[in-house]
Structure formats: structure tokens, C-alpha cells
Write a protein of this length. Structure first.
Length: 379
């Protein structure tokens, strides 16, 4: 092979294609009414106004498919935090909507905002409504956008809302998030070192919620009748265990943006046994680009920790078939210094090649595994 590293990366991104299974451009599109075809800035540290996954940086980074997470901030965040509430009041044009009315309607508005941004350039990006659609859109040389949802609080206690979401083309639901949602128990997932924790008095505990409620079982049973993938990120280890038991054998399970307890023994992360459990279903672990979760030592640079995590999942499962990238860019996260935004994702691919992963396996990690999950779980 004579081509340069850059050529090799571009070719692999084209062939794989590169998929990010958890990324939040919709937050900026909805909360700040951003035009996703404009890049603002990526900043050096945590910055809620930065822009790490707009379409310009996704294209620059050679990303082919995004599983675009729709997350409507829980009302508790504003109730628990005067500073956050005041900042949102001043800076977020949709503030009033964020703090009133139906969560489910707000979620649909966020979905509309994302689709509006997609429609600005139909020749370059398109919304996918099935796994086959993803292939067709990629063959047309465009970026494919897949709707996913983070946090079942938006269901507002009604499993029938899942029908609406399935009709809109939602491929995956992350059951838990920051607050009790009547579905499953969540872990405390706001980093302890994040400055807002000093300003706020977040009540982030599970408050004795059962691992999985009757409503949670009803949600899962409904999802088993729909083409919708279950994502266990943000649930407690006990909740995850209860969820695995409810899911049909042929359904792949996702953990879309996590690390492993081997390197950070936080309940947010997956144990070896759980990694094997997810692998048994044909599911995939999306490795998050956030040092806080990847490595208890919290280095500034992330790629060495990303590699250790990937290598560990490989060693535990004996294959490269259960690994993907779930960056969480624009999810109000603090990405590593060496991959600040989606334009730098070529470095992720370069790392895999430099570590000696064979090209066929690199393509699995970049996108083949994620596409396999879509084919099995989003028919
Ligand atoms: Zn998350």
C-alpha cells in the first residue's frame, strides 16, 4: 500500500463509513437556533456555546453517519440550579419552552429543528429512516443522520409515545439520563469536576428508585414490538442487569457513550461481564471521547485512553466486533485536548492504524459494527 496516511484515512472513512453513535448537534440547533452549516468555535475546555459537531466539522472529519442524539434537558436541572436557570433565561431563546409545557412536544420541536438543518443542504446530508437508507445515502456521497433519543423522561409516562417516535424514524432510545424518570434507575453522570457542580445543588441521586419499574418494563416490551434499539448508557449497573433480562435474544444492545470500569471504576462504566453480555447480543460499546469517564487519572490527552479502552473491549470479547465511537460531542462535555471536535476524528483512525489494527478491523470499529446493529435492531 503506497498511499499516505491521510489518503488511507480518507479511504477508510469512505469505505467504512465513519459512524459516530452518540453526538449532539441537535442541542445547538434547538437551544441556540444555530445554523449547523456554520462553525462557531471548538474552544479548549468545556464550553456550552462551542460547536464540535456542526455539519462543517463533521464533513471535515470525514464522518459518514451520525446517530444524532435528541436530548431535552430535564426540568430538574433548572429547578436545582439558580445559576444555570439564570444563564439559560438570558442566553437560550427557547428558555420558556424548556421550562414549561409538554416535554414530548419539546422533543418533537428539537427533532424538527434538526430536520430543518438537514434540509438546508439536501445535496450533502439526508435523514435516514432505516438501515438500508443509511447505505443508500452513503452511496450518494452524503452524510446520513439517524435520529436517536437520550432520556426516556420525554415519554412522560406514555409508552404509546414510542409509536410516534418510531414513525418519525427514531432508531434508538437511551433509557436513562440525569434524573429519576420512572423507567429505570440512573447513575450520577454530571462530572464531579465540572464547574456547575460548585454553583448548583443538583439532586442527582436515584432516590431509592427500583432498578427497573413496571413502566420501564412496559417501555421495553413496547420497544420489542418496534424497530428501536435499547441503549443502557446512564442506567445503574443493577438497572442494566434488569434491562438485559427483558430484551429479546435477537436484539442487539447498545451502550452508546461509555468507558470501562477497568480504567475508571465508576458505575457509569461497563464491567468486563457486561461487555461480554452486550457482545453476546451482537451489540456494541460506543467509546466516549471524554477523559473523565475513560480514565480515573484524567489526563488531558485522550487518544491513549481511548486506545486502552478499545484494546480492553477487544481483549474481553476476543474480537473487534463490539466497538464503536460515541463521541458525545456537543453534549456539554469536555472532550480530550487531542480530539477537540469532529474535524479531528482522522486522529482516531490514525491511532487505530498506528496501533497495528488491520484495515478490515479498523473498518468494523469505524462503522461496520454500528451498521450491523442498525440492520439487526432498526428494521
Ligand atoms: Zn449522555
Amino acid at each position: 500500500m503506497n498511499d499516505s496516511l491521510d489518503d488511507r484515512i480518507a479511504r477508510l472513512h469512505e469505505e467504512a463509513p465513519l459512524v459516530d453513535v452518540h453526538v449532539h448537534p441537535s442541542l445547538k440547533a434547538y437551544l441556540f437556533r444555530r445554523n449547523l452549516w456554520r462553525h462557531y468555535w471548538s474552544g479548549k475546555t468545556f464550553d456550552p456555546f462551542s460547536s464540535r459537531s456542526d455539519f462543517t466539522v463533521l464533513e471535515k472529519g470525514g464522518v459518514g453517519v451520525i446517530w444524532s442524539a435528541l436530548y431535552l434537558p430535564e426540568r430538574g436541572l433548572f429547578e436545582d440550579c439558580f445559576a444555570l436557570n439564570a444563564a439559560a433565561f438570558l442566553l437560550v431563546p427557547v428558555y420558556r419552552k424548556l421550562t414549561s409545557g409538554s416535554l414530548f412536544q419539546r422533543l418533537l420541536e428539537m427533532m424538527d429543528a434538526m430536520e430543518r438543518e438537514v434540509r438546508r443542504r439536501p445535496e450533502r446530508v439526508e435523514l435516514a429512516r432505516s438501515a438500508a437508507d443509511v447505505v443508500r445515502i452513503r452511496e450518494a456521497g452524503k452524510l446520513a443522520v439517524v435520529h436517536t433519543i437520550e432520556g426516556a423522561h420525554v415519554l412522560e409516562g406514555d409508552p404509546d409515545n414510542l409509536d410516534v417516535l418510531a414513525r418519525r424514524g427514531v432508531a434508538m432510545l437511551t433509557l436513562c439520563h440525569f434524573y429519576p424518570n420512572g423507567v429505570a434507575a440512573h447513575v450520577d453522570a454530571i462530572p464531579k469536576d465540572m464547574f456547575v457542580r460548585d454553583l448548583c445543588h443538583f439532586r442527582l441521586g436515584a432516590f431509592g428508585s427500583p432498578p427497573l419499574t413496571d413502566f420501564g418494563r412496559a417501555v421495553l416490551a413496547k420497544m420489542m414490538t418496534l424497530p428501536m434499539i435499547v441503549d443502557v448508557t446512564h442506567c445503574t449497573p443493577e438497572a442494566r442487569e434488569a434491562i438485559y433480562a427483558e430484551i429479546d435474544a435477537e436484539r442487539p444492545i447498545m451502550a452508546s457513550h461509555v468507558g470501562v470500569t477497568r480504567y475508571n471504576p465508576d458505575p457509569y462504566n461497563l464491567s468486563d461481564e457486561e461487555i461480554r453480555e452486550i457482545a453476546r447480543t451482537g451489540g456494541v460499546v460506543g467509546v466516549i471521547l471524554m477523559n473523565y469517564w475513560l480514565d480515573a487519572a484524567r489526563p488531558r490527552h485522550g487518544l491513549p485512553s481511548v486506545w486502552k479502552t478499545i484494546e480492553h473491549i477487544h481483549d474481553v470479547t476476543g474480537s473487534w466486533d463490539h466497538i464503536a465511537l460515541g463521541s458525545d460531542f456537543d453534549g456539554f462535555t469536555d472532550p480530550p485536548d487531542d480530539v477537540r471536535d469532529a474535524s479531528q476524528l482522522g486522529r482516531f483512525t490514525a491511532m487505530l492504524l498506528e496501533r497495528g489494527v488491520a484495515e478490515g478491523d479498523v473498518k468494523r470499529i469505524l462503522g461496520g459494527n454500528a451498521q450491523r446493529v442498525l440492520q439487526a435492531g432498526w428494521r
